[in-house]
Design a protein around this ligand. Structure first.
Ligand SMILES: N[C@@H](CCC(=O)N[C@@H](CS)C(=O)NCC(=O)O)C(=O)O
Length: 308
């Protein structure tokens, strides 16, 4: 049985596009399992324990939540350290943070409402659009993200365009001479903007050239698999050995905890703390169907709480 990484995703997901392009950049063979664009997601919820966002990656009985952690996994597996967002620095890192915080939401809210509606109808049809809007209206509840309204969002996009264009005047990639984490993190909100019929400015020549180059990296070697195959791999594998754990947040391994995103999609996943490092928290879930699963979350952007 293949041990290629499984990506749980949907086609129109920008954060998933970031990861698909990283597979292209590293010419990786990967397994694709599509989920709907809104919960419930019966092909992945039983594995993740209900983490509500996409993408999620899977290697056997190890489940990786959040594209930053998935990128770190791809970087390690392919010996491409430039793809690890946790080791990025300088202007590229600043741009990456801008793109994935205010840029992601501004990519949508800067688009006039009728255009957005047209995109949703094309992607999901009338009933799907109703479900999508209903679902997304609750996505921010309880989180720290506060998306900007249209006029401010347009300014955010303009600043992202000009900062990126300026950096690319002297180098082919945001990362320098080769693509790196920041290239993919900045690309996907722009991809989202274009897929909602937004535009990139004609005057931003470096940005336009770079945007095409990132897209040309493609998606690597993609193989569709079934839910049964993904579940079977989880059932047959043991979680991989744990990293050395440190005591953090006053929590020690074995403690019952819940982990949830802080910014949006604040749905907790519960289990026992298996390990905690500077980069990640690993939660063990005992399940009837798969045995022990280890669910990995980043420390940055997630809250970890002890459960009574
Ligand atoms: N920080 C997360 C953000 C992921 C994210 O926002 N994903 C969007 C789709 S691109 C999402 O999950 N939206 C709600 C949903 O699909 O249920 C990551 O890097 O993976």
């Amino acid at each position: 049985m293949s041990d290629a990484m499984i990506l749980h995703h949907y086609e129109s997901s920008p954060y998933a596009e970031k990861i698909r392009l990283m597979f292209g950049c590293t010419d990786s063979h990967w397994c694709s399992l599509l989920s709907p664009a809104w919960p419930p997601r019966p092909k992945v919820d039983p594995l993740s324990g209900g983490y509500r966002r996409i993408p999620i990656a899977q290697k056997g009985a190890d489940i990786f939540c959040d594209s930053a952690l998935i990128a770190a996994e791809i970087a390690a597996a392919t010996d491409t350290p430039e793809l690890n967002p946790y080791s990025s620095s300088g202007a590229g890192r600043d741009l990456m943070l801008q793109a994935e915080s205010e840029g992601f939401f501004a990519a949508i809210t800067s688009i006039p409402a009728p255009k957005l509606l047209g995109t949703m109808l094309r992607n999901f049809g009338p009933l799907g659009t109703y479900r999508f809007v209903k679902d997304r209206s609750g996505l921010l509840s309880g989180g720290t993200s506060k998306p900007k309204a249209a006029a401010d969002a347009r300014q955010v996009m303009e600043s992202l365009f000009s900062n990126t264009d300026r950096l690319l005047a002297d180098q082919p990639w945001i990362n320098g001479d080769a693509p790196g984490a920041a290239d993919f993190a900045v690309y996907h909100p722009l991809w989202l903007h274009l897929s909602c019929k937004g535009k990139l400015p004609d005057s931003a020549k470096h940005l336009l050239r770079w945007y095409d180059s990132v897209g040309e990296l493609g998606h690597g070697r993609r193989e569709e698999i079934t839910r049964d195959e993904a579940f079977d791999r989880a059932r047959r594998a043991e979680p991989r050995p744990l990293p050395g754990s440190e005591e953090a947040e006053g929590l020690a391994a074995g403690r019952k905890i819940e982990v949830s995103p802080s910014d949006y999609g604040v749905v907790p996943v519960t289990g026992t703390l298996a390990a905690i490092t500077a980069e990640r928290v690993i939660l063990a879930r005992e399940t009837e169907d798969f045995g022990t699963l280890h669910v990995h979350f980043p420390r940055i952007g997630y809250s970890v709480k002890a459960k009574p």
